[in-house]
Each structure stands twice: as structure tokens, then as C-alpha cells.
Design a binder for this molecule. Structure first.
Ligand code: ATP
Ligand code: MG
Length: 552
């Protein structure tokens, strides 16, 4: 199914044509993150696209850090990005850093100056903005535009040598201040920043701008198809200009596709960093974050993310994907493989008054009703059990078939029990139920005497293990990707995290970190890798069991 949806990948068609026509011999792509934050699910789309295209045509993909802006970059991000790409299941051909090309970039800038295609400009940022013109009116030439080659070479070298302060001068491409495309109006290609770089240290105090650096990086690596998101379409003429004027040996081409947006999700490292810095989440790997690290900690598998990325396809038109689609793919992935267990996340004690005191019996419960080969497990049952608080109503609502005074329900894999007495504390809160069981109704005994309408789950008080359950709702209340800073922080869902203390059946004892379970009626859960300790098992709910969402 996923392959059918994906058949419209237009970049793939371009590659096929390029190979057929002999335009390229080997497909070389790259994933070029800026190490200024953790990767998010949007990046996963780009990763899958770049790696899978190269893989399909027996080409290569580089992981290249686009580290040309030292102010926001950090080695912590470099490490996390490497980990995430590997975890998603991809192997890069080369691990590269744009900052390793700073010498070449500097040489190319000098070449442009010598060709009278670049000049040092002293306009302030405000002036430059004014000179740039608007979408409807042309810009005007900088008074520094006609400096001689010698003067430009001298000034640029002195910029490099640290003789000027940040912002005092820039190097600009000399193209056309009247171009209808603002990106072609003498864009800045080098700026001064007296900042230590995570890779090159203090070697440089001038840094290339993204639009200048990127095509050179691609050319150095022999990248054939440089895939980026739609907002760079207007930058493509400049990309091609750089490739031509810098006289690079190899000629990469840029192709744009629509970035992934998901409902109720912010998808920009800047915003995600704000959530971390403001302490709204527990770090970049908080399970509510759309980061790869957050999804992993929540319990998403690499397969589910890859399948999701394949299904959403690659288009030229921007769109917003329903977050339920992501959930669909983790359910699909986990249903056949997750271990089954029962857990009570909001416990209410039930005493089965006619069950012999001190007796425990082992019941055999199937692991996966849809997969006989998954086998069965033994679950202890005795006189005291916990049931879910919401599986009891003193005064039942309409169509409520679970426990209420006088009603009988089936305990999953055990017996029918009937509620006889409700025990309350001095404040009138229900603290315990007294029920009786019918030994004839044992599960698997073939009992057909009468039917009950409700089946509920339970755990045995004596043997159950205490555990913490974390339930999540979307972090963002509305789709506000368009809104700026303040507004988006005002849309934080106050109920995005619910922590419950409950009990889980003993079969999960010693559960490994990252182990996934389907907890009966509650959904799929992951053993939290960060907060689980020997005496505190923490389960993150990945997704509930059912959704009305349909795909295909
Ligand atoms: P952000 O705004 O989240 O920081 P970015 O584009 O600045 O995103 P980069 O690290 O520069 O982040 O991106 C690396 C690659 O991932 C780029 O090729 C970029 O086009 C791609 N990418 C980033 N966000 C998305 C997205 N939402 N959907 C698809 N691809 C994306
Ligand atoms: Mg960026």
C-alpha cells in the first residue's frame, strides 16, 4: 500500500531520467542538517528521501553537517543527529562537515572578487535593507559596489584577519539590484562573526552564508541531486549562479519538495528549542516532542517512522498531515510484535468474598488473540484484585455494561464477578468493592450458561508490580505553525501529560528498557528509557488502541 501512495515521487522520476540519459553516472545525495537542534519528524522525511533514493539506484548519501553558523551550533547536536540517522536505519557513505570546506569557500570568494563578481560592502544592515528594494520595486546599487578588485581583495583579507568588528563589513555577490528575484540582489556571501566555532575553533572570524556555502558543499562532494524544501525554490537561481561563477568541476542540481507539517505539532528547531529552554518539556527527548529522540523515547520504532514517511510521499505542494496518520503506522508495526499484558492504571480494589483466602491459581491467558503462535502466559489470580476505577459506576450511565451494584461482568481470562457491596471512606469516596465470583464461569471452560455484556481487565493484588503510567495528549492545542513565538507558547495543552500510579501483571517483571507492550484496553506502551529504575517501572503510552482514522 505504502508503495502505491509513493509512486508519485517526482524526484525519483527525475533521477531515473538522468540515469537513462547519462546525465549522471552515480546518484549522490546528502542529508545536510544544521547542528543547531535535535532532528524532528520533518527531518525524517528528508532523511528517508535522500537515503532511499540513493540506495534504490546504488548510489551514495553523505551526512553533512551544515555548520556555517557558529553562534547556534553545538557538538551535542552533532552527536544526537548522528545517533538519530543511524537509529532510523541509514548508513551514510561519508560523515562530513561544511566547516571543513572553509578554505575552499574562501578561495571561491576570492575568485569571485577577481572576476568582479563580488565586493566588500560597508552598508549597515538597516541601509542594506533599504537599498534592497521590495517585491514590487527594484533595489539600488550600494555606493561600495564599484570598488576595485585590489581594494576588495585587500578588504576581504583584512576581514579574514580580524581587523573589523562584527557587522562592520560584508562580502556580497555582484549580480543585479534590479532583479525581480530579491535573492539575486547582491546577496551577502560572507559576514564577520568573532565567535568560536565548534569544529574550527578560532581559526575563522568570517563565515560564509548558507546560500553561498551550500552549492559549493554540494559541488565539492559531487552531489548530483541536492534535495531541499520548497522555500528554497526562489534561491535556486542563486544556487546555479554560484555553481557557474565559482567554476566548480561538478555541477549539482537543486530540487525542492514540500516540507512535512503535522497537525498540533510545531516543527521548527527554533520553536522546539524554546520549549526545552522554557522548561515546558523534559528536554529534547520528551515523549511529547516531535523530535526523533522524543518519538523514540515515547516508543516509536524506526520501521513505523520509515513507513509513515513512505506513505506521505513526496510532493511539490505544501500540506498538513494528520498526526493520526503517524499513530496509524506505529499501531500497524506493533500489533503483530508487541507483548501483551494487563495493567490497571487507576486502581480500585476488589475483594472476591467467596474466593478462598490464601489461595492463588494460575490462569492461562493468550498473548495475542490475533496470533496463536504468540502463545499464552500464566497469570496469578486470587481473592483480591485491582480493577480500573472507571470500570465501576455506582449509578450506571445509560449503556454502561461494566461494574455497578448488582451487575455481573467478565474478568478477562478469569471468571464472571458480580458486584454486591460498595465500600466508602468517611468522605464518601469509593475505596473498595465486594464481589462474588462464579467458579463455573472460568475462562476456557466452555461455560455457556449465561452471557455478560462487559469484559474488564484486572491485576492480582498479591503479585502485581507497581508501575507508573504516563499518558500523553498533543502538546499544542491548535495548529499554529504560522504563529510567532509568544502566541505558540500560549497554545500549550495543560493536559499534555498525565502521570498515573498503578499496577501491572508480574509477567513484565524485569522488562527491558525500550520494550513495547500492548496493555489490554489501554494501548501500546514503551518502558521509558530515562526514568525507569529497578524499583520504578515507567511506561509511556505510545498510542491508544483504536482510532477512527483510516488510510488507503
Ligand atoms: P528547522 O526550521 O526545523 O530548523 P531547517 O530546514 O532549518 O529546519 P536543517 O537542519 O537546515 O533544518 O534541515 C536539514 C534538512 O532537512 C534540509 O534539507 C531541510 O530541507 C530538511 N527539512 C527540515 N525540516 C523539514 C520538514 N518539516 N519536512 C521535510 N524536510 C525538512
Ligand atoms: Mg535551519
Amino acid at each position: 500500500m505504502a508503495n502505491e501512495i509513493n509512486s508519485s515521487n517526482f524526484i525519483r522520476n527525475i533521477i531515473i531520467e538522468d540515469l537513462e540519459k547519462g546525465n549522471v553516472k552515480e546518484v549522490i545525495t546528502r542529508f545536510p542538517p544544521e547542528p543547531n537542534g535535535y532532528l524532528h519528524i520533518g527531518h525524517a522525511k528528508s532523511i528517508c528521501l535522500n537515503f532511499q533514493l540513493a540506495e534504490e539506484f546504488k548510489g551514495k548519501t553523505n551526512l553533512r553537517f551544515d555548520d556555517t553558523n557558529p553562534v547556534k551550533e553545538d557538538t551535542e547536536y552533532v552527536q544526537s543527529i548522528k545517533q538519530d540517522v543511524e537509529w532510523l536505519g541509514f548508513k551514510w557513505s561519508n560523515l562530513l562537515f561544511a566547516s571543513n570546506y572553509f578554505d575552499t569557500m574562501y578561495e571561491k570568494a576570492v575568485l569571485l572578487i577577481k572576476k568582479e563578481k563580488a565586493y566588500v560592502c560597508d552598508l549597515t544592515p538597516e541601509e542594506m535593507k533599504e537599498y534592497r528594494g521590495t517585491l514590487t520595486s527594484p533595489g539600488k546599487d550600494s555606493p561600495y559596489r564599484n570598488r576595485s578588485v585590489e581594494e576588495n581583495l585587500d578588504l576581504f583579507e583584512r576581514m579574514k584577519n580580524g581587523e573589523f568588528k562584527d557587522g562592520e563589513k560584508v562580502l556580497r555577490a555582484k549580480i543585479d539590484m534590479a532583479s525581480p528575484n530579491i535573492n539575486m540582489r547582491d546577496p551577502v556571501i560572507y559576514r564577520i562573526a568573532h565567535t568560536t566555532h565548534h569544529n574550527t575553533g578560532d581559526k575563522w572570524c568570517i563565515y560564509p552564508m548558507y546560500d553561498f556555502a551550500h552549492p559549493i558543499e554540494d559541488a565539492i562532494e559531487g552531489v548530483t541531486h541536492s534535495i531541499c524544501t520548497l522555500e528554497f525554490a526562489d534561491h535556486r537561481p542563486f544556487y546555479d549562479w554560484i555553481i557557474q561563477e565559482c567554476e566548480t568541476e561538478s555541477v549539482p542540481r537543486q530540487y525542492e519538495f514540500a516540507r512535512l507539517n503535522i497537525t498540533n505539532t510545531v516543527m521548527s528547531k527554533r520553536k522546539l528549542k524554546l520549549l526545552v529552554d522554557e522548561g515546558i518539556v523534559d528536554g529534547w527527548d520528551d515523549p511529547r516532542m516531535p523530535t526523533i529522540a522524543g518519538l523514540r523515547r515515547k516508543g516509536y520504532t524506526p520501521e513505523s517512522i520509515r513507513n509513515f514517511c513512505q506513505a506521505i510521499g513526496v510532493a511539490k505542494a505544501a500540506s498538513v498531515v494528520d498526526e493520526q496518520m503517524l499513530e496509524y503506522f506505529i499501531r500497524e508495526d506493533l500489533n503483530p510484535k508487541a507483548l501483551r499484558a494487563m495493567a490497571v492504571i487507576d486502581p480500585l480494589k476488589v475483594v472476591i468474598t467467596n474466593y478462598p483466602e490464601g489461595q492463588t491459581e494460575m490462569l492461562e491467558i493468550e498473548n495475542n488473540p490475533q496470533d496463536e503462535s504468540a502463545g499464552t502466559r500464566q497469570v496469578a489470580f486470587s481473592r483480591e484484585i485491582y480493577v480500573e476505577r472507571e470500570d465501576f459506576m455506582e449509578i450506571p450511565a445509560k449503556k454502561y455494561f461494566r461494574l455497578f451494584p448488582g451487575n455481573e461482568v467478565r474478568l478477562k481470562g478469569a471468571y464472571f464477578i458480580k458486584c454486591n457491596e460498595v465500600i466508602k471512606d468517611e468522605n464518601g469516596n469509593v475505596i473498595e468493592l465486594h464481589c462474588t465470583y462464579d467458579p463455573e464461569t472460568k475462562s476456557g471452560s466452555g461455560f455457556t450458561g449465561r452471557k455478560v455484556k462487559g469484559t474488564i481487565h484486572w491485576v492480582d493484588v498479591n503479585s502485581a508490580i507497581p508501575a507508573e503510567f504516563r499518558l500523553y495528549e498533543p502538546l499544542i492545542l491548535d495548529d499554529i505553525e504560522e504563529n510567532e513565538g509568544k502566541h505558540f507558547l500560549e497554545q500549550i495543552n495543560p493536559n499534555s501529560l498525565t502521570v498515573l500510579k498503578g499496577f501491572i501483571e508480574p509477567s513484565v517483571k524485569g522488562a527491558a528498557i525500550g520494550e513495547k507492550y500492548q496493555l489490554f484496553r489501554h494501548g501500546y506502551f514503551n518502558v521509558d528509557p530515562k526514568d525507569t529504575t529497578e524499583d520504578n517501572l515507567v511506561f509511556n503510552r505510545i498510542v491508544s488502541l483504536k482510532s477512527s482514522f483510516k488510510i488507503g
